[in-house]
Design a protein around this ligand. Structure first.
Ligand code: DON
Length: 308
């Protein structure tokens, strides 16, 4: 593969100056913005290549919504999950309550905005049959699908999320008051705050992307972990809603299913080619990593990853 990742890191790192680290969750405001790392899982050659701050651990934040969606589908089935959450763009910020009020829809519009993710997590919490410790279940699944036994819950970030999560609380109580959420609000929120506070590296995310790119089979051991239809549905939602209101723009510019998190992470799945994890914590106004997206654009162009 003719790709000088170090040169691409050097080229794109200065772009972080155009962004800001998330500060509405105080623990995230402490992160050094001057970081950029990437890991690529190459499905053809069965190898990971990495550069820059690829080994730094950071909070997964909204990328956890991919993992909980996959876990909910695995437990409950695709049809059942999408009885409770839609597949539409919102046109509003990821934590907006307005989209629910204005649309008067009977479900959260998609699983990647906060209200839809809290709904999805509540389905896992409500599944009494198997779920006594919902967060532990999610954490175990995250370690497996990210092929990373070192993923852990960061208590400082979790408490910071919980202390300042009033908008998320209002979204969850809105769901409850409209009788969309069956589960209890507090355990659902607590599980959501915890899932956002797990610590990953770009390599964990490259592995997650590789499973999605490989139609649900873990490329490192050849075993299926999620159904092919679950991988396909999730990739299509990543493409259409994974970067919130910038999803359309980056569908055009990059053309690779991608999900962001306010910890500065990006996970991408280039079907049958690569899983990609990127980290750079300075964000644009939509909550997406600035240098991360320009790096992803360069890599996607050089490796010809645009699915269109
Ligand atoms: O609930 C929140 O607002 C955060 N824990 C996660 C939001 C997030 O990562 C949005 N993504 N870019």
């Amino acid at each position: 593969m003719n790709l000088n990742l170090n040169a691409l890191i050097a080229k794109n790192l200065p772009n972080q100056l155009e962004g800001k680290v998330a500060s509405y969750i105080p623990a995230l405001a402490q992160v050094n913005p001057n970081q950029l790392g990437i890991a690529l899982y190459d499905l053809k050659n069965q190898q990971i290549i990495e550069a820059g701050d690829s080994e730094v651990r950071f909070a997964i934040e909204s990328i956890s919504k991919v993992i909980t969606l996959l876990w909910a589908i695995k437990k409950l089935g695709l049809k059942e999950v999408f009885n409770y959450v839609g597949s539409r763009q919102t046109g509003f910020a990821f934590n907006s309550i307005l989209n629910m009020e204005i649309n008067k829809d009977e479900h959260p519009l998609n699983p990647f905005v906060n209200v839809g993710a809290i709904m999805t997590t509540s389905l896992i919490v409500e599944d009494k049959q198997a779920c006594v410790h919902p967060f532990e279940e999610i954490l175990t699944f995250a370690k497996e699908i990210c092929h990373d036994p070192d993923i852990y819950l960061d208590d400082t970030i979790y408490h910071s999320e919980k202390r300042t999560g009033d908008l998320n609380r209002s979204l969850a109580y809105y769901l409850k008051s409209e009788k969309m959420m069956i589960a209890e609000v507090e355990p659902s929120l607590d599980t959501y705050f915890k899932q956002c506070s797990i610590m990953v590296t770009t390599k964990s995310l490259a592995n997650l992307g590789a499973v999605l790119a490989n139609d649900g089979i873990k490329p490192w051991d050849g075993k299926r972990i999620i159904s092919s239809e679950s991988a396909t549905a999730t990739k299509s939602l990543m493409m259409t809603t994974g970067l919130y209101n910038q999803s359309g723009t980056y569908s055009r510019l990059i053309g690779v299913p991608t999900k962001s998190g306010v910890g500065g992470g990006l996970v991408s799945a280039a079907p049958h080619k690569f899983g990609i994890g990127i980290f750079s914590p300075a964000l644009n106004n939509e909550g997406n990593s600035v240098a991360g997206l320009t790096l992803l654009e360069d890599v996607a162009n050089k490796l010809d990853l645009n699915i269109f």
